[in-house]
Design a binder for this molecule. Sequence first.
Ligand SMILES: [Zn+2]
Length: 411
Amino acid sequence: MLTDHRIDATRLLQRLDDLAQHGAREDGGVSRLALTDADKAGRDQVVTWMRALGLEVTVDAIGNIHGLRAGRSKGPPVMTGSHIDTVRAGGRYDGNYGVLAGLEVVETLNDAGLTTEHPLCVSVFTGEEGARFAPDMLGSLVFVGALALETALAIRDAEGCVLGEELARIGYAGDTPVGHTPVHRYVELHIEQGPVLEAEGVTIGAVRDLQGISWQELELAGQANHAGTTPMQLRHDAGYAAAAVATFLRELTKTLGGDQLATCGVIELQPNLINVIPSHARMTVDLRNTDEASLQRAEAELARFLAELQEAEGVTIATRRLARFEPVVFDADVHAVVRRAAEGLGYSVRDMTSGAGHDAQMLARICPSAMIFVPSVGGISHNPAEHTEPAELEAGANVLLRTMLELDAQS
Ligand SMILES: [Zn+2]
């Protein structure tokens, strides 16, 4: 029976360990920003493993790495994958786990001498984190044709380095055309990066949808003045206005209810002195919802509040959109396959919404897709302390194996 096969957890854990040495931090975390020397070293390691497993390795023009295992037919592959870039002070599982579990699936099938009907593909997408080159999920965005290659190659990091030049510098400006590649099914295994699975003692999350994200930057301009001599009714206090926006956001989540999330992560004041009314404030707003209509309502409510605030406080507020992704509903059938695979292996499973963005949301634009989550201890990620228990890493990879085999069986 195909379903009798199990991955080798020792091998998977060893590869996770080995890959974490590239860009290793003293605190046990990993710093492997996209297209740095550390990223190149990590990529070289993954490509070496892919070749050793007999995969046909191609690198496309945005630097995505694809390792193809031939099937009985030559049609579109069952694809899995993720990313190996990290944030500046990241962990060893985010992204890496999905890629290396994909290699483990391949090695398990190699050991068993099994050939699937469709080819299998393990992909490493460029610059998922967006921590060096924005936007995030860049490689998969170009792969599905949602961002032009030329535009992506011209993006600069904070130091002014050009993405295309960095890609060439590390030897990953590939010669394979990017995008418009037919894919049969896509499934991505990832750590949850949140606390839900651990809190409920559940091993596997069958991810059925992914929150929409709306990012804005607000510049508020008022008038600096003396904190002792300026009467309250004559102030144009950009600091107060920024605080009012932050408070409004929390109230908004209560009014809208449901899945609405709102975060003000940055407030910077000028001149930032104890006895001066702030003249300027720069702040960010992060709105998320699984429902597009609700997310639009949250954006509209915020816009209405900002208009009122300008009027009432005599400040001007300029808004700039930093990112906007609609919520994604994953394919119901692929999601059901993940659930069945987890149940068939005897693991506890629950349906989930992803609170974070992932390459899978881009792949969902071109083929039936879904995701598998495993618990994150303490819900911690984007942090050297990121951890998932070995038994759960093993469970997730086994669910990935069975899911890919079942998706392969679908015509
Ligand atoms: Zn990730």
